[in-house]
Design a protein. Structure first.
Length: 101
């Protein structure tokens, strides 16, 4: 189990530890195709921290994802941060496309 994360997201934001990247592919001709060009598919990761939720009309709406969930999210809807050498993504709960069960 990893150490407790010292980052607490605000509002309806979550912190995700990204899954391992597939990396680059080399064609027989020697041309290297980066992962981002090869196929555009959603990113995946594990939720490590969850904010309290967002307020709407004065009421706190609870979060639908929880710590430990594996989620799919858009590759363009997050901010990258690095804490103690580990890369994390911060994104809004609305940027989550789905939870893998």
């Amino acid at each position: 189990m990893a150490k407790k994360l010292s980052l607490v997201p605000l509002g309806d934001r979550i912190v995700v530890m990204p899954s391992e990247k597939e990396g680059e592919k080399m064609l027989a001709s020697g041309i290297i195709i980066p992962e981002t060009v090869d196929k555009e598919k959603p990113a995946q990761g594990s939720v490590v921290a969850v904010g309290p939720g967002k307020y709407e009309d004065g009421k706190l709406l609870p979060m639908q994802v929880k710590v430990g969930d594996t989620v799919l999210f858009s590759k363009y809807g997050y901010d990258e941060v690095k804490i103690a050498g580990q890369e994390y993504y911060i994104l809004s709960e609305s940027g989550v496309l789905g939870v893998l069960k």
